[in-house]
Design a protein around this ligand. Structure first.
Ligand code: TRP
Length: 326
């Protein structure tokens, strides 16, 4: 069975775009592959974070992943900092990657231009990401195009390490995950849905209350020609509603368009479908939130399963690079 690894940062609230675009794929992958999913709190630290906020968002994201159906008994779901092998292998990765390679990362250039405090770790971020991936003998890394460069550098690090010190790591491949729904901002349908802090009226959060969700769909930007048709370029707003309705109900956006002659009913049906999608997720989340012991048990289970694999890989890397055995 092939092994897949993916990571997600605990930053901001989880929104409908994350859910329909990425997490539904994670949910499916756990039935098709040996899946390892990681909440990357150490990566979140590369930009300064308030400690209480980081603790809260890490816990909340973990609970949300479980609530959307990522099953800690079936796959491996864990918090990065609870598996110390990640930080340990990251050092060996930093010693294997070159300054020049790290300097070419567009994510670093982008983040360092937008932030005031630029930590050393923001620069070496890809070394930690390489450790994440390589610890699990990962075959495939299903991530979006924005992460392609980080997977490429991971491959280069793995190949260099293997050729310098003998075969140690499986060289992973980047795969574009099967296209999830492209969920656009309800107010600016030419832009992808993003964090609620950036665009509160255009973003629907997974934990949002239902009255507010209804209101946002009612106010969603459409156009003035009055025709319900799936045409992403000419009718971005209407097409976005159809995409969301399709993703939430398992239908096809172009086919669903035939059932509507007016925008009002399309908006209210889409809101209703999203609410039905979120209802069981919110209920499961509330259960976990009310039962911290159960959440801890599940995360410990995940960390224990992760360490079983990670510790073997780390030891192999340490031995091959010439560190003393302990
Ligand atoms: N860098 C990824 C992001 O910002 C998160 C991440 C960390 C990740 N480690 C990973 C993704 C390993 C895939 C594999 O989205």
């Amino acid at each position: 069975m092939t092994r897949v690894f993916s990571g997600i940062q605990p930053s901001g609230d989880l929104h409908l775009g994350n859910l329909l675009g990425a997490l539904v794929n994670w949910e499916r992958m756990q039935h098709e592959h040996e899946s390892v999913f990681c909440v990357v709190d150490l990566h979140a630290l590369t930009l300064p974070k308030d400690p209480a906020t980081l603790r809260r968002t890490t816990l909340q994201l973990s609970q949300l992943l479980i609530a959307v159906g990522i099953d800690p008994e079936r796959c491996v779901l864990f918090v990065q900092s609870q598996v110390p092998e990640h930080a340990q292998l990251a050092w060996l990765m930093e010693c294997t990657v070159s300054f020049g390679e790290l300097s070419r990362m567009t994510a670093f250039k982008d983040k360092s231009s937008r932030n005031e405090f630029i930590s050393g770790a923001l620069f070496t971020y890809p070394a930690l990401q390489a450790a994440d991936i390589l610890l699990y003998d990962t075959d495939f890394v299903p991530v979006g195009d924005d992460q392609r460069q980080h997977v490429e550098i991971t491959r280069d690090i793995a190949e260099r390490f293997n050729s310098r010190y003998g075969t140690t790591f499986v060289v992973p491949a980047h795969v574009i995950p099967p296209a999830g729904a492209r969920v656009m901002d309800l107010q600016n349908p030419d832009r992808k849905m993003s964090k609620s802090e950036v665009s509160p009226a255009g973003t629907v959060n997974v934990l949002e209350d239902f009255a507010s969700i209804e209101k946002k769909f009612k106010r969603a930007v459409t156009d003035s020609d009055g025709e319900v048709r799936y045409d992403v370029d000419a009718k971005a707003g209407v097409s976005n509603l159809l995409s969301i309705l399709a993703a939430a109900t398992g239908g096809d956006p172009a086919a669903l368009a035939g059932g509507y002659t007016q925008y009002g009913p399309l908006k209210s049906d889409t809101a209703a479908a999203v609410i039905e999608l979120l209802r069981p997720i919110q209920a499961r989340f509330a259960e976990l939130e009310a039962d911290p012991a159960e959440t801890s048990r599940l995360l410990r289970l995940g960390a224990d399963k992760a360490r079983e694999v990670a510790s073997v890989t780390l030891r192999r890397a340490q031995e091959n690079i010439g560190l003393l055995a302990y």
